[in-house]
Write a protein that binds this ligand. Sequence first.
Ligand SMILES: [Zn+2]
Length: 154
Amino acid sequence: MTSLVDRPVKSDPDIFETEHRLRQGNYMRGESRNLRNLLEDDLALVVSLDLQMDFIVTELERLYREGLRAYGDPIIVNGKYEVEVREDRGKTPCPWGDRFFAPKTVVSARNLENGTILKYSLLGLHMIKRHGFFQGAQSPFRIEPSLLKKFFDL
Ligand SMILES: [Zn+2]
Protein backbone atom coordinates (compact mmCIF):
# COMPACT_ATOMS: atom_id res chain seq x y z
CA MET A 1 0.00 0.00 0.00
CA THR A 2 1.27 3.44 -0.88
CA SER A 3 1.51 6.18 1.71
CA LEU A 4 0.78 8.81 -0.90
CA VAL A 5 -2.73 10.20 -1.04
CA ASP A 6 -4.51 9.22 -4.23
CA ARG A 7 -5.44 12.07 -6.45
CA PRO A 8 -9.19 12.61 -6.69
CA VAL A 9 -10.69 11.36 -9.93
CA LYS A 10 -11.50 14.57 -11.75
CA SER A 11 -12.36 12.79 -14.98
CA ASP A 12 -15.59 11.59 -13.39
CA PRO A 13 -17.41 14.60 -11.90
CA ASP A 14 -20.05 12.48 -10.16
CA ILE A 15 -17.63 10.33 -8.23
CA PHE A 16 -15.48 13.39 -7.52
CA GLU A 17 -18.43 15.26 -5.99
CA THR A 18 -19.54 12.18 -4.07
CA GLU A 19 -16.07 11.68 -2.63
CA HIS A 20 -16.06 15.30 -1.52
CA ARG A 21 -19.37 14.86 0.34
CA LEU A 22 -18.24 11.56 1.86
CA ARG A 23 -15.07 13.17 3.19
CA GLN A 24 -17.02 16.12 4.60
CA GLY A 25 -19.37 13.71 6.32
CA ASN A 26 -16.48 11.76 7.85
CA TYR A 27 -17.37 8.60 5.97
CA MET A 28 -13.81 8.27 4.65
CA ARG A 29 -11.90 9.15 7.80
CA GLY A 30 -8.17 8.46 7.60
CA GLU A 31 -8.59 7.18 4.08
CA SER A 32 -5.66 7.87 1.75
CA ARG A 33 -7.23 6.02 -1.18
CA ASN A 34 -9.61 7.84 -3.44
CA LEU A 35 -13.19 6.66 -3.61
CA ARG A 36 -12.77 4.64 -6.78
CA ASN A 37 -9.79 2.72 -5.39
CA LEU A 38 -11.53 2.18 -2.06
CA LEU A 39 -14.58 0.74 -3.84
CA GLU A 40 -12.39 -1.50 -5.98
CA ASP A 41 -10.38 -2.73 -2.99
CA ASP A 42 -13.50 -3.51 -0.96
CA LEU A 43 -15.10 -5.31 -3.88
CA ALA A 44 -11.96 -7.44 -4.22
CA LEU A 45 -12.08 -8.09 -0.48
CA VAL A 46 -15.72 -9.21 -0.67
CA VAL A 47 -14.86 -11.56 -3.54
CA SER A 48 -11.80 -12.98 -1.76
CA LEU A 49 -13.90 -13.65 1.35
CA ASP A 50 -16.55 -15.28 -0.84
CA LEU A 51 -19.27 -13.11 0.69
CA GLN A 52 -22.73 -13.21 -0.89
CA MET A 53 -23.72 -9.60 -0.36
CA ASP A 54 -27.38 -10.17 -1.29
CA PHE A 55 -27.64 -12.64 1.57
CA ILE A 56 -25.82 -10.34 3.99
CA VAL A 57 -27.91 -7.28 3.15
CA THR A 58 -31.12 -9.31 3.49
CA GLU A 59 -30.00 -10.61 6.88
CA LEU A 60 -28.96 -7.16 8.14
CA GLU A 61 -32.36 -5.79 7.10
CA ARG A 62 -34.08 -8.67 8.85
CA LEU A 63 -32.15 -8.15 12.10
CA TYR A 64 -33.14 -4.49 11.99
CA ARG A 65 -36.84 -5.29 11.43
CA GLU A 66 -36.87 -7.92 14.16
CA GLY A 67 -34.99 -5.64 16.55
CA LEU A 68 -37.44 -2.83 15.88
CA ARG A 69 -40.25 -4.91 17.37
CA ALA A 70 -38.63 -4.66 20.82
CA TYR A 71 -38.94 -0.85 20.96
CA GLY A 72 -35.36 -0.21 22.02
CA ASP A 73 -34.93 -3.24 24.25
CA PRO A 74 -32.62 -6.09 23.35
CA ILE A 75 -34.31 -8.99 21.61
CA ILE A 76 -33.04 -12.44 20.67
CA VAL A 77 -33.48 -13.27 16.99
CA ASN A 78 -33.39 -16.90 15.79
CA GLY A 79 -32.03 -17.93 19.19
CA LYS A 80 -28.67 -16.76 17.95
CA TYR A 81 -28.45 -12.97 17.69
CA GLU A 82 -29.06 -10.40 20.37
CA VAL A 83 -30.25 -7.24 18.64
CA GLU A 84 -30.89 -3.76 19.94
CA VAL A 85 -32.18 -0.94 17.74
CA ARG A 86 -31.65 2.66 18.74
CA GLU A 87 -33.69 5.25 16.91
CA ASP A 88 -33.06 8.95 17.06
CA ARG A 89 -35.30 11.61 15.61
CA GLY A 90 -34.64 12.89 12.14
CA LYS A 91 -33.16 11.57 8.95
CA THR A 92 -29.77 11.72 7.28
CA PRO A 93 -29.46 12.28 3.53
CA CYS A 94 -27.36 9.74 1.67
CA PRO A 95 -24.12 11.55 0.71
CA TRP A 96 -24.23 9.91 -2.72
CA GLY A 97 -26.87 12.45 -3.72
CA ASP A 98 -29.58 9.95 -4.65
CA ARG A 99 -32.22 11.67 -2.51
CA PHE A 100 -32.37 8.73 -0.13
CA PHE A 101 -32.96 9.71 3.49
CA ALA A 102 -32.09 7.19 6.18
CA PRO A 103 -33.68 7.29 9.62
CA LYS A 104 -31.04 7.99 12.28
CA THR A 105 -31.09 4.42 13.45
CA VAL A 106 -28.26 2.27 14.77
CA VAL A 107 -28.49 -1.49 15.08
CA SER A 108 -26.24 -3.26 17.60
CA ALA A 109 -26.12 -6.99 17.21
CA ARG A 110 -24.18 -9.79 18.89
CA ASN A 111 -23.76 -13.34 17.71
CA LEU A 112 -24.40 -15.21 20.96
CA GLU A 113 -22.54 -18.29 19.75
CA ASN A 114 -19.22 -16.70 18.86
CA GLY A 115 -19.46 -13.30 20.57
CA THR A 116 -18.94 -11.26 17.41
CA ILE A 117 -20.42 -7.77 17.72
CA LEU A 118 -21.66 -5.81 14.73
CA LYS A 119 -22.91 -2.24 14.80
CA TYR A 120 -24.41 -0.56 11.76
CA SER A 121 -26.52 2.43 10.88
CA LEU A 122 -29.36 2.27 8.39
CA LEU A 123 -27.45 4.73 6.24
CA GLY A 124 -24.43 2.44 6.34
CA LEU A 125 -26.60 -0.48 5.32
CA HIS A 126 -28.08 1.53 2.45
CA MET A 127 -24.61 2.55 1.25
CA ILE A 128 -23.49 -1.09 1.12
CA LYS A 129 -26.67 -2.17 -0.62
CA ARG A 130 -26.92 0.59 -3.22
CA HIS A 131 -23.35 1.83 -3.60
CA GLY A 132 -21.08 -1.05 -2.55
CA PHE A 133 -19.53 1.38 -0.06
CA PHE A 134 -18.39 0.03 3.31
CA GLN A 135 -16.90 3.40 4.41
CA GLY A 136 -13.27 4.32 4.96
CA ALA A 137 -10.80 2.22 6.90
CA GLN A 138 -11.01 4.41 10.01
CA SER A 139 -14.61 5.54 9.77
CA PRO A 140 -16.45 4.91 13.04
CA PHE A 141 -19.20 3.05 11.20
CA ARG A 142 -17.18 1.12 8.66
CA ILE A 143 -18.77 -2.27 8.17
CA GLU A 144 -15.75 -4.52 7.79
CA PRO A 145 -16.35 -7.39 5.34
CA SER A 146 -14.25 -9.84 7.40
CA LEU A 147 -16.37 -8.97 10.44
CA LEU A 148 -19.54 -9.73 8.47
CA LYS A 149 -18.11 -13.13 7.61
CA LYS A 150 -17.40 -13.85 11.27
CA PHE A 151 -20.70 -12.46 12.46
CA PHE A 152 -22.74 -14.70 10.15
CA ASP A 153 -20.45 -17.75 10.57
CA LEU A 154 -19.80 -17.88 6.81
ZN1 LIG B 1 -27.62 6.37 -1.51
